[in-house]
Design a protein around this ligand. Sequence first.
Ligand code: DLL
Length: 441
Amino acid sequence: MIWNPEMETMPRRELHALQLRRLQQTVRRVYDHVSFMRGRLDETGVRPDRVKTLDDLRRLPFTRKSDFRDTYPFGLLAVPVSQLVRIHASSGTTGKPTVVGYTSSDLRVWAEVCARCLASSGAQPGDVFQNAYGYGLFTGGLGMHYGAELMGLVVVPVSGGNTERQILLLQDFGAKIIACTPSYALTLAEALEARDIHPGSLPLRYGVLGAEPWTEAMRDEIERRLGITAVNIYGLSEVIGPGVSNECIEEQNGAHIFEDHFLPEVINPQTEEPVPFGEIGELVFTTLTKEALPVIRYRTGDLASLDPAPCRCGRTFVRMSRIMGRTDDMLIIRGVNVYPTQVEAALLRVAELSPHYQLVVTRPRTLDELDVSIEVNDSFAKALGGSFTGEEEAVQELTIRCQQKLLGVLGITARVILVPPGKLPRSEGGKLRRVVDQRKL
Ligand code: DLL
């Protein structure tokens, strides 16, 4: 179902008029209330009254993650802290977290876009919804929670982790829809299999999965093993949290961006020029309705493309592709650009492998080396007859096949290390870190 047909199916021309009005208000708001950004805008010479068309967006300065760090914790707010009703923060891997604040109007907008996500993922009012995104400072749990309440779902606020309890609740409360990271969906699938619980015996039908990169191959795997239809949800704290875009179950082919609230661009990260539809570049968002933390041209670091083609679901909002990588998680190995998702896409199609893998990059002397550890699946392991030393002929043969496959996809030689099932780290409820870069650069 479409949660807000008036907005989500609005003719593009009307949408553009709405976006322009909201963009003008946002720039005005930022200029008047965020002194850091007023300085930026003054430097580029773009006063709010110079924004006359949507194309004028391109003349506005970018906002970057470092601007959050440089103004930590509250320097980008357009309201006094006392007017906030909520603060979230995303844990950076390095240094201080990124802090974001919401007014009550912001929370209403957030609930609205998350309700849209759930509806486009297959939920109907009255359905039981198991919310397995982490509650707390992470935006995933509470963001989805209020969206679900707004749309009239029966929320089970279990949060991430505690797999034993997740399964008990899936069985006893009978959720029809679940939200979690794709890596955690796999953890749940494995846990069900380990207990001989057939997914067909559960009412579970839909998954709203995101917050970390995943591939089509991973979707197939999750859908098959959990017996659900899985769609991709995308978002980031700096823009709002979950709810920036979501796929529809009708096409499962790109996530509709809620363009009445978030204005997308895709740029070449080096030249900063816009790239045409269909071409991959860095996603940039300008918020159109946020009060506490309006952001202008926020550089997400996420690489994706946009698709303006009409969609069977009837939504007129543009679609974004999966995130193909990040400007900063791209590994440069012996000069070649490698994205972890390329490895996932290549290896998950190999029948003998499981979707559990890890990349380790080292530089023992002067040359970079990439080790890809990946688990073989149960039936392959069983066929080996209980032992797994890595010396078995079948293992050697499979290793070579995988290495050739990676060479074909990446253009570099990676060392493939096959390991028995259950050896590699699993998601314990949140995002899973699949890349370990041990080079001291
Ligand atoms: O991960 C918000 C979220 C929660 C999205 C629940 C979806 C579901 P952050 O912790 O700020 O916010 O991390 C944002 O995660 O810039 C992407 O790099 C990555 N990311 C989020 N969704 C996806 C996705 C939340 N569907 C960062 N595919 C973003 C790939 C994603 N990467």
